[in-house]
Design a protein around this ligand. Structure first.
Ligand code: FRU
Length: 531
């Protein structure tokens, strides 16, 4: 029940119990969305990994099916690890995944649907040709650093291409490229698609077009559990990807999310002509607590993702289907938020809400504090300042999952600085005060937001769901996800406030908040028992 399990999510996908990590093989097939995921049916801790499987018609409500892939053969007997789905030319989906073989080597395997006429694709057949890619003495691939095949793409030469995450000597994070004409027999290309000598092992790479001219390459960097991406150009003839100038090719580059967000994977939704992004959001608590509550891991809410008009970065926004869950809208008229003020957003369920707010700043030119040129790390600035410090323009923003007496809260806010004749906007998510009781990772997150507050209102959208707070600044230009475990601000005791701890007043130009209903997550049968 909600009382004994106050941290379970209402509309972020999670299985009824046990461990979940990466999203795998997302796709739409015959009008049905498929989400597979790294799942341990035996415990709330990572270990015996199978492919959990759920389907949906709206990315909101899910039906859980029996696991699609279980360890069963010498080439995957120690685990069915991450991978992707590709829709082949004849419309049939194929799964490529990493198997951990009987010698604990990582190999890549192929699986096909048993019955492609079944839109739910509940049964998968592993290829008799498996493994279809393996490390050997010829290719010098380290057999413990070779995993997570992407969705494949077809070149003009009718050859399929796929990349696989790898690390080469001297910490070179690498996207190995393989090609095939029949999807069964794969050969390693002469050169990887791309690599960077500043990162270490690349897990769960993702590679996709975002416009006619640009591609995005995303890597999940194992050593820091940070994901970064570069925008660049891909030459389909030479199979070379070149990041654009200024697009940083290591963990200090652009991130899909500056909080807790890992092993993301996108797919093209051919029905709604959009790209959807999914990701694993880990717990911030200890393994003991995970075992006690019997589960671990959430999926971020699916996001639509596209290239910003600057062509320098991506923009993300919760899939529009979330609006189905909205109820009891609360709207605020234009309101001045005086220095030091706190305003409750009442009338919505604070533990399950969608809040959109935008600010305009009347005294911008005169007021902003000067940005020191030595400040490099936005996360550090957020962490040092926190939400209670008094600045000039900010901190201002939202306190969510807050107790009525403000003893507990998670603060999502902005601070505006002046730099020469321009402005620098910092977006922060501060978890320091998120719980009185539990001891867990309360790291503060922060990033710059590429919005000019002279030309635009500063907007923030935050999705609140019991123990997860997903925030979208500047209409999705900077995203930060956090996990928090309040002890007072749970269920109907969770409140939402707007605050301004700066010395200047600002204006709320728009505020809409909604309660969000519970998504329906059901299972087709009780299949965990047999595992
Ligand atoms: C990323 C990852 C992948 C691997 C999977 C195993 O979180 O480590 O590299 O395939 O999880 O569960």
């Amino acid at each position: 029940s909600a009382d004994s399990q106050p941290y379970r999510s209402a509309y972020h996908f999670q299985p009824p119990n046990n461990w979940m990590n990466d999203p795998n093989g997302p796709m739409i097939y015959k009008g049905i969305y498929h989400l597979f995921y790294q799942y341990n049916p035996r415990s709330a801790v990572w270990g015996y990994i199978v492919w959990g499987h759920a389907t949906s018609t709206d990315l909101v409500n899910w039906t859980i099916h029996p696991p699609a892939l279980l360890p069963s053969e010498p080439y995957d007997i120690n685990g069915c690890w991450s991978g992707s789905a590709t829709i082949l030319q004849d419309g049939t989906p194929a799964i490529l995944y990493t198997g951990i073989d009987s010698k604990n080597n990582q190999v890549q395997n192929l699986a096909m649907p048993k019955n492609p006429l079944d839109p739910y694709l509940v049964e998968w057949v592993k290829s008799p040709h498996n493994p279809i890619m393996e490390p050997n003495s010829m290719n010098k691939i380290n057999s413990t650093l070779f995993r997570d095949p992407t969705t494949a793409w077809l070149g003009n030469d009718e050859r399929w291409r796929v990349i696989v995450g790898n690390k080469r000597e001297h910490h070179i994070g690498t996207a190995l490229l393989y090609t095939s004409t029949d999807f069964v027999c794969w050969t390693e290309a002469e050169r990887p698609l791309h690599s960077s000598n500043e990162t270490g092992m690349w897990e769960c790479p993702d590679f996709f077009p975002v416009s006619n001219a640009k591609h995005v390459l995303k890597a999940s960097v194992f050593r820091s559990l940070v994901e970064y991406y570069t925008v660049g150009t891909y030459d389909g003839e030479t199979d070379i990807f070149i990041p654009d100038e200024g697009s940083v090719d290591n963990e200090s580059g652009l991130r899909l999310d500056y909080g807790k967000y890992y092993a993301s994977k996108s797919f093209f939704d051919s029905e709604k002509k959009r790209r959807i992004l999914l990701a694993w959001v880990n717990e911030s608590t200890s393994t003991n607590i995970d075992i006690m509550k019997g589960w671990s891991g959430l999926q971020a809410f699916p996001r639509k993702i596209w290239l910003d008009k600057s062509e320098k970065q991506l923009v993300q926004w919760p899939a529009e289907e979330i609006e189905k869950l909205r109820t009891n809208q609360v709207k605020l008229p234009i309101t001045t938020l005086k220095a030091g003020s706190l305003l409750e957003v009442s009338g919505v369920t604070g533990a399950q809400a969608d809040v959109e707010i935008s600010f305009s700043i009347p005294m911008l030119e005169r007021a902003a504090e000067v940005f020191e040129s030595s400040w490099r790390n936005p996360q550090e600035i957020c962490s040092q300042r926190g939400s209670s410090a008094n600045g000039d323009l900010g901190p201002f923003g939202l306190l969510v999952l807050a107790s009525s007496d403000i003893q507990e809260f998670t603060a999502v806010f902005f601070i505006i600085f002046k730099k020469n004749s321009k402005f620098v906007v910092l977006m922060c998510s501060d978890q320091k005060r998120s719980s009185l009781g539990l001891d867990y990772d309360k790291t503060t997150y922060g990033a710059f937001l590429d919005v000019d507050p002279v030309k635009q209102n500063l907007s923030l959208r935050t999705l609140i769901d019991h123990s997860i707070v997903e925030s979208f600044g500047g209409e999705g230009k900077t995203c930060i996800t956090a996990r928090v475990y309040p002890t007072l601000a749970i269920n109907d005791k969770a409140h939402i406030f707007v605050f301004n701890n700066g010395s200047q007043h600002i204006e709320i130009s728009n505020l809409s908040a909604w309660s969000l209903k519970q998504a329906k997550i059901s299972s087709t049968e009780e299949h965990d028992k047999s595992l």
